[in-house]
Design a protein around this ligand. Structure first.
Ligand SMILES: Nc1ncnc2c1ncn2[C@@H]1O[C@H](COP(=O)(O)OP(=O)(O)O)[C@@H](O)[C@H]1O
Ligand SMILES: [Mg+2]
Length: 228
């Protein structure tokens, strides 16, 4: 059984004319895979990722992560589960402007309040080294380039050692060179840490970094492509 098992997932947004954003999506992801979700704008990619991140509630179907029926969890349990198991990287970096790089990265571990939290700064420093930003620890986001901010966001998403890293078009706001750095970093994290990654992309050339591509079309899987 895969690390993630999605079965017949549906998400209809209510409204005068309801939008059937997901219309029965099924696939699984193995531990250690780097999978891309591709498809035209409006095909349901972000909606799908939100369901996997437990940020939204599907209107049908099931999601199992590590054998656990995550949709059955209470809101409180979902929040805990998400913090411990899911890293999420957004297109807009979503780093906090009033915190330094180090403080941004340490935050999700501090919030958890576990025994490890007292080591949050050390861990954050290690992760910032890992993403090539050891010379930027005490910089604020406004003092960093877009690519550097996104690498801070990636380091932050990893501080709780998530089982799954989800990224929604992480390079959409970056120039070509920064995009390459970020994708190389994700590829490297996948290879060296066996980090499971699901990334939305609309750049066909990103295929060279991933193992499989789930192609979405109008809220259903058009096909799944094995890249290598
Ligand atoms: N919160 C929402 N409320 C209503 N409709 C939405 C909402 N989010 C997305 N949609 C609609 O659902 C469809 C899929 O959107 P989305 O998942 O964002 O696609 P993608 O990420 O592939 O561009 C689109 O038709 C979009 O307009
Ligand atoms: Mg989207």
């Amino acid at each position: 059984m895969g690390l993630i098992e999605v079965h017949n997932l549906e998400r209809t947004y209510p409204g005068k004319v309801p939008t059937h954003a997901l219309r029965g999506v099924s696939f699984s992801v193995e531990e250690g895979e780097f999978v891309a979700i591709m498809g035209k704008s409006g095909s349901g990619k972000s909606t799908l990722l939100h369901q996997l991140a437990l940020l939204d509630m599907p209107t049908g179907g099931s999601v199992a992560i590590d054998g656990k029926d995550v949709l059955a969890l209470s809101e409180h349990e979902k929040t805990k589960f998400r913090l411990a198991n899911v890293g999420y990287v957004f297109q807009e970096y979503a780093v906090l402007n009033e915190l330094t790089a180090l403080e941004n990265v340490a935050l999700p571990l501090r919030v958890r309040g576990t025994a490890e939290s007292s080591h949050a700064n050390e861990k954050a420093t290690m992760l910032l080294e890992r993403v090539g930003l050891d010379h930027r620890l005490h910089h604020y986001p406004s003092e960093l380039s877009g690519g550097e901010q996104q690498r801070v966001a990636i380091a932050r998403s990893l501080i709780n050692k998530p089982r799954i890293l989800l990224a929604d078009e992480p390079c959409a706001n970056l120039d070509t060179a920064s995009s390459e750095t970020v994708l190389k970093l994700l590829h490297d994290l996948n290879k060296t840490l066996n980090q499971t990654i699901i990334m939305i992309s609309h750049e066909p050339e990103d295929r060279k970094w991933v193992k499989r591509i789930v192609w979405l079309k109008d809220g259903v899987i058009d096909h799944i492509e094995d890249v290598h």
